[in-house]
Design a protein around this ligand. Structure first.
Ligand code: SF4
Length: 354
């Protein structure tokens, strides 16, 4: 039999004294801050979110402010966090909260789950941490801790393992005195102690309940994930300025990589770098008008992207659905880190998204 109460008590007590002081953890918990931080933290490191959370809340202090902003403004404030679909979802979520819940983040689990961008994990997190409900949460950190506690050697991302994790997390959340503290404690333990590598069992409050620790299998549970193959992409980007120094930019399609973000004219091919001749032809200039400024490789979790960056000597190109912007105003548009680096090759303006 599991001693669930001993586990939840030990973890709640540990988290109460070991929690990192993060801005969205300020008491009393603000449901809107919890919502923003949860969306930001999905697939993004805390250190990166720490840079972006404060300015985002300053720009959109309430659900209403976020709901009434334009999508471009929201994407601009999200610049640098990646996975921009989350920004769109958060924006739509704020609009749904204004439209259906008078601008108040609902506390009910089902109502939370009916909002755009809110899955079972985020709903459980907000319901338990902000509203004290006995709702479970499961993410990669929680699954890993549970698997080690039970010395469960199944592949971590298997459907059955995830279903098992939700069952165990539900039992534990129901047993906890303070389910929000327990849930946050599980996430914190997975992020800082029961980590994938360099596990710090000597500092773990659950050591005496941990089957993997007892069996000496902490390094093998869960088994390492097979590495997903990264796709390669080739992008030829051309910096075009007019005679005022304004930059030609275009918006990416609403789906796929960097969806909806802005970029200098960029031509892509999965097989090989697009030719300068083809790019020049599409821009309405000649290859002689293009000067190679440099190349770099941009790596994301799923892709390796080779960039070749050129500058166009001509200032009279047809904008063809693109727009000219003052480089000083680039921070008001959403641009990816790769594009910020490209524009930075001009060397004269601060283009890092704020
Ligand atoms: S004892 Fe080690 S393996 Fe077990 S839960 Fe704690 S940190 Fe993880």
């Amino acid at each position: 039999m599991h001693n669930d109460r001993a586990i939840t008590d030990a973890l709640e007590s540990w988290f109460s004294t070991n929690a990192r002081g993060l801005p969205w953890r300020a008491e009393p918990r603000d449901p809107y801050h919890a919502l923003v931080s949860e969306l930001m933290l999905q697939q993004t490191q805390v250190s990166r979110v720490l840079e972006k959370f404060g300015p985002f809340i300053e720009r959109f202090p309430t659900v209403h402010d976020l709901a009434s902003a334009s999508e471009d403004e929201v994407l601009a404030m999200w610049s640098g966090l990646g996975y921009y679909r989350r920004a769109r979802m958060l924006h739509q979520c704020a609009q749904a909260i204004v439209e259906h819940h008078d601008g108040i983040v609902p506390s009910d689990l089902d109502k939370l789950r009916s909002l755009p961008g809110i899955g079972r994990y985020t709903a459980g997190s907000i319901a338990s941490i902000v509203f004290g409900q006995h709702a479970p949460i499961v993410d990669g950190n929680v699954t890993r801790v549970l698997q080690r506690l039970h010395n469960n050697p199944s592949p971590q991302t298997d459907k059955d393992t995830i279903a098992w994790s939700w069952r165990r997390a539900t039992e534990l959340a129901e047993c906890a005195h303070d389910p929000g503290t327990f849930n946050e404690g599980m996430m914190e333990l997975g992020a800082t102690v029961c980590t994938p590598k360099n596990i710090r069992c000597t500092r773990c409050p659950l050591r005496e309940h941990c089957a993997a620790f007892e069996a000496g299998t902490t390094e093998q549970v869960p088994p390492p994930k097979p590495r997903a193959k990264q796709k390669t992409n080739h992008c030829l980007s051309v910096i075009v300025t007019d005679d005022r120094g304004h930059l030609l930019v275009e918006q990416r399609p609403g789906e796929g990589m960097w969806a909806g973000l802005f970029q200098v004219p960029t031509f892509e091919d999965e097989a090989a770098m697009p030719s300068i001749g083809a790019a020049a032809g599409l821009l309405g200039c000649t290859p002689d008008d293009l000067e190679h400024l440099g190349s770099f490789t941009h790596v994301t979790t799923h892709r390796i992207i080779e960039f070749a960056v050129h500058r166009c000597a001509r200032t009279d190109l047809d904008t063809d659905g693109r727009r000219l912007v003052d480089p000083e105003d680039l921070h008001t548009l959403g641009i990816s880190n790769a594009q910020a680096r490209i524009v930075g090759m001009l060397g004269s303006v601060d283009t890092i998204p704020r």
